[in-house]
Design a protein around this ligand. Structure first.
Ligand code: ARG
Ligand code: ZN
Ligand code: CA
Length: 251
């Protein structure tokens, strides 16, 4: 694995019940998953069907909990706040102290991850590059965070954050959010719609009569145990953000 960039991460834990106050160990498990998945170090990559094995990418991105806060002081890279809200929507209120949450740390220098109790069965959501600075980052449901502690099956292997950080690095859903839609990546086969659960290979849609859907891609909606790869094209799309003039060059 050749790491080309290391991204400092701050995790903002927002808890109402003490059970939602995820431990440092649960947070560490999530950072481990991100490093494995973005460096093709995940043990389950061996499940990739041989038809897609040549497409699996080492994205070359590492993640580390921040060691300095925005003022230059030593930090664990974790903030914790007990909140009165019992759950949150996808309206970014968790990202501002004026709406009960925690403000982002400088989003040109950190990946901000808010961990909270999202309502409505939402596992997580992300902001694409180029959006408002104050709301840049990803939000992950407490029980879909990490692979330890309160993480609950079938979303207990930390892949929600892998998927959301993929969006944060400009990746679209693999089916292009339309019937046989476009994800702007050429080595991901055109796919009719999202897959859920754990499909059996091959699953052929959109006239793709050979290998079918790349449903084991992190940008599908399959279970955590059934997604284990980014493609080379997705890796190029993500890495382009760090080139001169790219939206995440400052990181
Ligand atoms: N539904 C969420 C989204 O669109 C995340 C899906 C994550 N999937 C998973 N197996 N953890 O962003
Ligand atoms: Zn998504
Ligand atoms: Ca594609």
């Amino acid at each position: 694995s050749a790491v080309t960039i290391t991204i400092p991460v701050v995790v903002h834990v927002l808890y109402n019940t003490t059970a939602q106050n995820v431990t440092d160990a649960q947070i560490a498990s999530q950072i481990d998953v991100l490093n494995e998945d973005f460096q093709k170090l995940n043990a389950d990559v061996t499940k990739t069907p041989s038809a897609f094995a040549g497409s699996v990418a080492d994205v070359g991105i590492a993640f580390t909990l921040a060691k300095r806060d925005p003022n230059g002081n030593a930090t664990t890279g974790i903030t914790r706040k007990q909140v009165t809200q019992t759950s949150w929507g996808t309206d970014d209120k968790m990202k501002s102290s004026t709406t009960g949450g925690t403000n982002a740390w400088n989003t040109s220098q950190y990946l901000n991850i808010w961990v909270c109790n999202l309502s409505g069965g939402v596992l997580g959501y992300a902001q694409f590059p180029g959006g408002a600075a104050a709301t840049d980052g990803v939000v992950i449901l407490t029980t879909g965070f990490g692979r330890y502690g309160s993480a609950a099956a079938p979303f207990n292997l930390g892949r929600t954050a892998t998927h959301e950080v993929g969006h944060w690095l400009n990746l679209r859903h693999i089916w292009g959010d339309a019937s046989c839609g476009n994800d702007y990546v050429s080595d991901t086969p055109t796919q009719q719609t999202s897959n859920t659960g754990c499909p059996t290979f091959p699953k052929r849609t959109c006239g793709n009569t050979t290998n079918g859907d790349m449903f084991m891609n992190y940008m599908d909606y399959t279970d955590d145990a059934c997604m284990y790869m980014f493609s080379n094209g997705q890796s190029s799309r993500m890495n382009a953000l760090f080139a001169t003039g790219g939206a995440r060059e400052s990181l």
